[in-house]
Design a protein around this ligand. Structure first.
Ligand SMILES: NC(=O)c1ccc[n+]([C@@H]2O[C@H](COP(=O)([O-])OP(=O)(O)OC[C@H]3O[C@@H](n4cnc5c(N)ncnc54)[C@H](O)[C@@H]3O)[C@@H](O)[C@H]2O)c1
Length: 628
């Protein structure tokens, strides 16, 4: 007959009443079998907990709570004091750098003429929402200018490579303080046609998150990492070291002018690199202000001020970043230019990371909560007038939710107000690129010709409510594509195949999860993806999507989690930018092996017999080997 089992809780109650010595005796008795021992240990643990809880009476609880509060206050005070000790850089916007502050030759209201070609040697800076000149033309740098900038950065990097992580963190804190204290100005100058709230999301929040993550975790991911040496070399210590690549080149687009410069800057200076960043010819104006700020931040911590070089220009300048001597290049831009960059990089065998276009699916499953996903659909389609690489461009909505989803997005989109981004009450600003609105129109026309319906918008010479907008040489209206909702869309239409980069919410009705997956994967791009539905189901669908990133029940949240890598598959590019992988991507990965046990060193074993199979020269049979 088996012994009756005593549950640990009952044992605990009994033990709690015993003096400690008796409990020890009981433990000794019970220790005969492993099972009994583990049960008794659990019971003893519980009994001690019970004693502690009896000991902590109400008075002690108050004392503990006060201690906890004191700890929180000390922590807050320490954070406040250390924040106050971070040097402040004084780089206020000059009057000329403010929007509307530029007195162009020929009068304040001088405008850039619609359709005028850019001169080769200069970059005109104008506001796409008004066509007004923002400041004097910027010089377009030649290949020789870019090479000179790379050479300066290389000298600065030699010094910076020896800096400690503590020093690099102090640089990040100075930048953090600058961004915090100047966020309004940054949003004002980094417009590229978008309203301030879009700038706050896309420029400030993302950059601040990145700084916080690097401060907290950056060093941990760049420290040497131990690896196994294998059984044959058990006495060795093996590790990988993350060494700065040297001078990193970055070629970036115009859509988030501030974040696109600071994003590669933060990771690279933290990794010990110099950075040569080529900004877009469509967002050169604001880089003057950023350039001053960056130099001031570098100077504030005694870092070499040539460490970050901002390069302006056209394709020639971009090409020189690739072939002019950078150790590695990150290209962020369109798929077509990405191909050209990769071809050029092959000549010099410069490693490239390609972060290219996207056409992200937004899937609404039959059990999705529309009150959650409709506002996200609107943000996914219309933020920054749809000019986001990870913008939602293909909406697949289950038949059960379709009518209600369409009703809600149509109601909201038809109320969107469009205008100059800095005017009050504007939801959608201008499009930055000349001809982009006409391109979006061609995609919408193609869809309508093939059977889709524009439930809202759909014509660039009218606003979302259908009011006509005149387009003339001096009017900016060819930059304003109205927020548009297309229904009855199919994959036979160009709008489901080509990147729109505009404010079009194109909806396809689906009937099953499998259909959603098949359609979402039927695309040349594979950057992000978003799925809405019950958690388990949405995760199951998300797992089948061929994309670099998937967000479940949120929109593009993978970008806010700064520990995660950013990047795509297929024509959206390869390798990763951001997160742990992107940070380590700023480095050469170096393998190191050293003897790991004191007193043990490696020798090639002395041959035991006359014949050596280890020592050079391999001895002929019969010749005794002599020590070299
Ligand atoms: N995947 C991402 O992380 C990401 C982020 C933002 C934007 N994008 C993509 O960027 C595109 C929009 O930006 P864009 O219009 O500025 O892109 P773009 O490809 O036209 O230009 C990007 C940059 O490349 C430069 N450039 C142009 N020709 C070059 C050449 N031959 N050699 C080297 N550099 C050259 C430009 O001057 C600019 O600085 C969209 O396709 C969007 O999806 C991707």
């Amino acid at each position: 007959m088996g012994r009756k089992k005593v549950p640990p809780s009952a044992l605990a109650k009994a033990l709690a009443k015993l003096p400690i010595d008796d409990a020890k005796k009981l433990l000794a008795v019970a220790a005969r079998t492993a099972r009994a021992r583990s049960r008794t240990i659990v019971a003893l643990g519980s009994s001690h907990l019970a004693r502690v809880s009896r000991w902590v009476d109400a008075q002690d609880a108050v004392t503990l709570a006060l201690c906890a509060l004191a700890c929180v206050f000390t922590y807050l005070a320490a954070s406040y004091v250390s924040a106050a000790l971070v040097p402040k850089v004084d780089v206020a916007l000059t009057d000329e750098e403010r929007r509307g502050g530029y007195d162009a030759p020929g009068g304040k209201s001088q405008k850039w003429k619609r359709g005028a070609p850019f001169p080769k040697d200069r970059i005109p800076c104008y506001d796409p929402g008004t066509m007004e000149m923002l400041g004097p033309d910027m010089p377009a740098m030649s290949a020789a200018d870019v090479k000179a900038a790379i050479a300066k950065a290389r000298i600065a990097q030699k010094q910076w490579a020896t800096s400690s992580f503590a020093k690099r963190r102090s640089l990040l804190r100075v930048i953090q303080r600058f961004v915090l204290e100047n966020q309004d100005e940054i949003c004002e100058v980094s417009g590229a046609g978008k309203p301030l709230v879009d700038a706050a999301f896309g420029e400030i929040l993302t950059t601040m998150e990145k700084i916080k993550w690097l401060l907290k975790e950056g060093e941990r991911w760049l420290r040497p990492e131990k690896r196994g040496a294998g059984l044959m070399m058990f006495y060795k210590s093996a590790r990988v070291e993350y060494r700065p690549v040297g001078v990193m080149g970055a070629i970036v687009p115009w859509n988030y002018p501030f974040h696109n410069v600071f994003n590669p800057l933060l990771a690279n200076v933290f990794a010990g690199n110099a950075l040569v960043v080529k900004v877009s010819e469509h967002a050169s104006w604001s880089s003057k202000y950023y350039g001053r700020a960056i130099k001031a931040c570098l100077a504030a911590v005694g870092a070499p001020t040539d460490l970050v070089q901002i390069v302006h220009g056209y394709a020639e300048a971009g090409g020189a970043v690739v072939t002019g001597g950078c150790d590695k290049v990150v290209f962020v831009g369109s798929t077509g230019v990405g191909r050209a960059v990769m071809r050029a990089a092959a000549e010099t065998l410069t490693p490239v990371v390609l972060e290219l276009g996207g056409k992200d699916p937004f899937i609404v499953l039959q059990d999705a909560d529309l009150s959650q996903c409709v506002p996200m659909a609107l943000r996914g389609a219309f933020q920054s007038c749809g000019q986001n690489c990870a913008g939602a461009e293909r909406f697949y909505v289950h038949a059960k939710k379709y009518d209600e989803f369409v009703k809600r997005v149509v109601a909201a989109a038809s109320k969107c107000r469009q205008g100059w981004a800095l005017a009050p009450n504007v939801d959608c600003g201008a499009m930055c690129m000349p001809n982009q609105a006409a391109y979006v129109q061609s995609l919408v026309d193609d869809a309508v010709a093939k059977g889709a319906t524009a439930a809202v918008g759909g014509a660039m010479d009218a606003d979302a409510a259908g009011q006509a907008r005149p387009i003339s040489h001096w009017s900016p209206y060819d930059r304003f594509y109205p927020p548009t909702v297309l229904v009855g869309v199919t994959h036979e239409m160009r709008i489901m195949r080509e990147e729109v980069f505009g404010p079009v919410l194109a909806i396809v009705k689906i009937h099953s999860d499998d259909e959603a997956v098949a359609l979402a994967n039927d695309c040349d791009f594979g950057l992000g993806s978003n799925v809405f539905g019950s958690r388990k189901r949405a995760l199951r669908v998300g797992a089948k999507l061929n994309a670099g990133m998937t967000t479940v029940n949120d929109f593009c949240a993978t970008y806010m989690a700064q520990s995660l890598p950013f990047g795509g598959v297929k024509e959206s590019g390869f390798d990763r930018f951001g997160g742990v992988e992107g940070l380590r991507g700023c480095c050469h990965v170096k393998s190191v092996v050293v003897d790991g046990v004191p007193g043990i060193r490696t020798d090639i074993p002395r041959p035991l017999q006359a014949r050596s199979i280890h020592w050079f020269p391999y001895d002929p049979v019969g010749v005794v080997h002599a020590d070299p």
